[in-house]
Write a protein that binds this ligand. Structure first.
Ligand SMILES: *Cc1c(COP(=O)(O)O)cnc(C)c1O
Length: 241
């Protein structure tokens, strides 16, 4: 949408959100739930603040950024009085101190050591930080996240760390050719979400199942996602500078 005027981009965002909200409602109902049971996060990496604020004006209550530096830069320009921000990208331990207290939830916790660092910095700040455990749901070499095999054991270790509270699971699904393949990945995530929640372990709450992006959010909802992270379908193709 780079070649469009700001006005045209504002109306495209509005139009896109209308369509996405309708599709979320339809998929939620098809999975036996209501639209209100599924939260839409607008993923705002590379998007300029005026367009993010426009999406917030259209009713977006949750935004996601991948990079600590980018959140900190944009935060002063955003209308966040009625909108929360989450970190959804891989976090390095030297950036933890900067991000703790700036976001409601860190969705991309992919090791025990990063959870320990988040706990330590949260305690220093006098807060508890909500985290999601990132799962490498497609067992891809190139992706961050816990393997399905180790997830429960690592969750138990992390549950004992002061200053963090496990609030659910997230994944970035692999690119699949067939719908049945991606549905199976999401269904497997949902099963782990339910199984771990059923164990009722102290400091492990399975409230949030964050999965599904622009290309696969409908399939994710059909398999039980209650938070979808949508970027390009709202804001247009990303241009990396
Ligand atoms: C970029 C990104 C998204 C959104 O991707 P789109 O395909 O543009 O919807 C969602 N989750 C994560 C972790 C991302 O990095």
């Amino acid at each position: 949408m780079e070649w469009l005027s700001d006005e045209q981009r504002f109306s495209a965002i509005e139009e896109n959100l209308k369509i996405i909200n309708e599709e979320i409602a339809a998929a939620a109902i098809a999975s036996g739930r209501n639209q209100q049971d599924v939260n839409l996060m607008a993923v705002t990496k590379t998007v300029e603040s005026r367009f993010i604020n426009h999406a917030i004006g259209c009713g977006i209550k949750l935004i996601g950024e991948n990079k600590v530096q980018e959140i900190l830069l944009k935060e002063p320009e955003l209308n966040l009085s009625d909108c929360k921000a989450h970190l959804i990208g891989h976090l390095q331990s030297n950036k933890v101190k900067k991000i703790v207290g700036k976001v409601e939830t860190i969705q991309s916790v992919d090791s025990v050591s990063i959870a320990k660092e988040i706990g330590k910095r949260s305690l220093e700040a006098g807060i508890t930080t909500k985290i999601l455990l990132e799962v490498n749901a497609g067992s891809e070499e190139s992706k961050f996240g816990f393997s399905a095999d180790e997830l429960f054991e690592r969750a138990c270790e992390i549950s004992g760390i002061d200053g963090v509270s496990i609030d659910g699971l997230m994944c970035v699904a692999p690119i699949c050719e067939k719908e049945a393949e991606i549905r199976a990945v999401f269904s497997n995530m949902h099963r782990m979400f339910i199984d771990i929640g059923a164990k009722k372990i102290d400091n492990i709450n399975m409230n949030v199942l964050s999965m599904g992006m622009s290309g696969d959010y409908k399939e994710a909802i059909l398999e039980g996602a209650n938070l979808v992270r949508v970027g390009s379908a709202i804001f247009g193709m990303r241009i990396y500078r």
